[in-house]
Design a protein around this ligand. Structure first.
Ligand SMILES: Cc1ncc(C[n+]2csc(CCOP(=O)(O)OP(=O)(O)O)c2C)c(N)n1
Length: 183
């Protein structure tokens, strides 16, 4: 809904009636955004892990374009790929495959924040997910940081450190909680 609201405000062809029809049959605002269905939606999402891999593809495309167009005097292509990824995303095999490639290719233009909130649809992650994500990503060649995801100063510092890291993709493991999660 946040994406649709922004597209509406930015002037895409997504009138208020479509926002009111959020998630309704036949609307242009389905629960999972679809490329080719809604103006301004550039990639189909829905399957967990897909956005993780899409981001790696975008980062690789940026590196390839930079290699062709940037030189010592002018570097028009210097953007980064930011994403928020979740427990469900990291459970999916596609994330590990894409993370492996990103580490191998040293895609230092990636900055991913992992919302480590310990909860998924079926309940606490410990029911099905206990791998050490930090160690795994370190092994894959990523720059890994751990922070309190509710501490703005730590978030800002971690983003700065991630931006300074040019040789490795960055994963910021942000420990968060959801209000109904039992300790
Ligand atoms: C590949 C895939 N399998 C299953 C689902 C169904 N699904 C939607 S959300 C979700 C769990 C999400 O948990 P998490 O990623 O931790 O998000 P959070 O609960 O923290 O918002 C699942 C299994 C899906 N979208 N994609």
């Amino acid at each position: 809904m946040l994406l649709y609201g922004l597209l509406h405000l930015f002037g895409f062809d997504l009138p208020m009636d479509e926002l009111k029809n959020f998630r309704q049959w036949g609307s242009r605002t389905p629960g999972h955004p679809e490329h080719g269905h809604t103006p301004g939606v550039e990639v189909t999402t829905g399957p967990l892990g897909q956005g993780f891999a899409n981001g790696v593809g975008m980062a690789l495309a940026a590196k390839m374009a930079a290699a062709r167009f940037n030189d010592d005097t002018f570097s028009p292509i210097d953007h980064r790929i930011y994403a928020i990824v979740s427990d469900g995303d990291l459970m999916e095999g596609i994330s590990s495959e894409a993370a492996s490639l990103a580490g191998h290719l040293k895609l230092g233009n990636i900055v991913y924040i992992y919302d480590d909130n310990g909860i998924t649809i079926e309940g606490k992650t410990e029911l099905a997910f206990s791998e050490n994500v930090g160690k795994k990503f370190t092994a894959l060649g990523w720059h890994v940081q751990r922070i309190d995801g509710h501490d703005f100063d730590q978030i800002e510092a971690a983003l700065g450190a991630a931006r300074s890291e040019k040789e490795s993709p960055s994963l910021i493991i942000a420990r968060t909680y959801c209000p109904w999660q039992p300790e």
